[in-house]
Design a protein around this ligand. Structure first.
Ligand SMILES: [Ca+2]
Ligand SMILES: [Ca+2]
Length: 415
């Protein structure tokens, strides 16, 4: 019996494992596509060079030079390794490789984990290679994911043929971006199940980088009737409901502000677009103090900023709101996105369905973005690249030794 049970457990495990892996494939791919090329990285390191080429040198737009030595195949995984070492005029090294084979149209999928540090760019992407213009369409780049630790997925489509020079001498090219910050959002509305009475509340965040809070609202009891947190006119939307944080006798103190610009007043001016910009370093906090006890039924705040395409940027990854109760700080609301979305801790799959008409992006088999294909009509290698960059959080020594870990890359073609 014991043996039988064991076999059953093994079968159950195989079923579970294969189930979770096939479940990642989009329906359309399952039905109409077949696997024609893959790399599982299940071979000795030196065999990597059969199918992949490696960068060996610096790159001006990022903070690291990239070398074959930073690329390691081991135990069924490909590691792109960040190191703090001076080489080729840069302070850091990392790895970037591309397939010798060229691909066109199909479903591209990669299963990987991010390097576990901010300021790293963990990318699975396509880009035409070679100097000339392609016969059809433009030179292009499709970033299936430029992943930023811990929770961000970034997709891009770049046109590298139509470069123009702006009046101030900068190179520009047409591109479109859509980003996703899993587990984070721009507006939080925290309705208290049990109202609290207090004279003091505080907001804290360990977010590494500087961030922006557009508005901070504290409401009394109002039968659950509070404004839509993202409403531009929230302060006037509900008759007779006043933001207690904006009362005259409130004292607002903070951990600091960007360039000491005292932007705390922007938290309570009713305008979501004017913001408190925090200082760069250290913990960030805000404290509100009233002369007399207030009763709190709801707290709302806005963070991040929105670009013209509707994307939100710089959304905070953690916060804690507390109130003072008899000399003791007690939690009202706590968020830490890495509890649910830590893409360095868990493997996820990033996919792209590319045909003559459309470019469709997937995350764990779910469609996240769909665009018309306007100029991506020629063959490209598949690229796997790790980089250290300035625009995804502060660059710190904890990057040293982290790695992007790739389980596999697969390419499916239409049956
Ligand atoms: Ca404001
Ligand atoms: Ca593998």
């Amino acid at each position: 019996m014991a043996r039988l049970k064991g076999i059953h457990i093994v079968y159950a495990l195989i079923f579970l494992i294969s189930g979770t892996i096939t479940a990642q494939l989009p329906e359309v791919v399952k039905e109409h596509y077949k696997l024609v090329w893959e790399d599982q990285f299940d071979y000795p390191d030196k065999k990597l060079d059969k199918q992949w080429a490696s960068q060996n040198g610096p790159s001006g737009h990022i903070l690291c030079s990239r070398w074959r030595e930073n690329v390691v195949v081991k135990n069924g995984l490909l590691y792109l390794v960040n190191k703090k070492e001076k080489r080729a005029g840069q302070e850091w090294t990392s790895g970037s490789i591309w397939t010798k084979k060229r691909f066109k149209y199909g479903y591209f999928e990669c299963r990987y984990k991010y390097a576990g540090a901010e300021a790293t760019n963990n990318s699975f992407w396509l880009m035409t290679k070679g100097g000339g213009q392609p016969e059809e369409g433009k030179r292009f780049e499709i970033d299936i994911n430029e992943g930023h630790y811990p929770n961000e997925v970034n997709t891009n489509i770049h046109n590298w043929s139509d470069i123009t020079i702006t009046k101030d001498g900068k190179r520009k090219h047409p591109s479109s971006h859509k980003g996703f910050a899993y587990g984070a959002k721009s507006g939080y509305s925290i309705q208290l199940e049990i109202p609290v009475n207090t004279k003091k509340i505080r907001f804290q965040s360990n977010n590494n980088g500087r961030f922006h809070l557009g508005e901070f609202r504290v409401y009394g009891l109002n039968d659950g009737n509070y404004p839509d947190v993202l409403s531009k006119t929230a302060d006037r939307d509900i008759p007779n409901l006043k933001n207690l944080a904006a009362f005259k006798d409130v004292t607002i103190t903070s951990s600091g502000s960007y360039k000491n610009n005292n932007s705390e007043k922007n938290l309570i001016d009713g305008n979501p677009k004017s913001r408190w910009n925090t200082q760069d370093e250290g913990n960030k906090w805000l404290k509100f103090e009233w002369k007399d006890d207030i009763t709190i039924g709801c707290i709302q705040f806005l963070n991040g900023w929105q670009s013209a395409n509707g994307d939100w940027h710089d959304l905070i990854k953690d916060y804690k709101i507390q109130y003072l109760d008899d000399g003791e700080w007690k939690d009202i609301s706590v968020l830490n996105v890495t509890d649910s979305y830590d893409f360095a801790n868990k493997f996820h799959t990033y996919g792209l369905l590319w045909n003559e008409k459309e470019i469709v992006f997937y995350f764990d088999g779910e469609e996240i973005r769909r665009e018309k294909n306007e100029f991506c009509f020629s063959e490209t290698p598949i690229w796997l690249s790790l980089a250290i960059i300035k625009w995804a959080g502060p660059v710190k020594d904890n990057i040293d030794g982290t790695s992007m870990q790739v389980d596999y890359v697969k390419y499916y073609q239409k049956k």
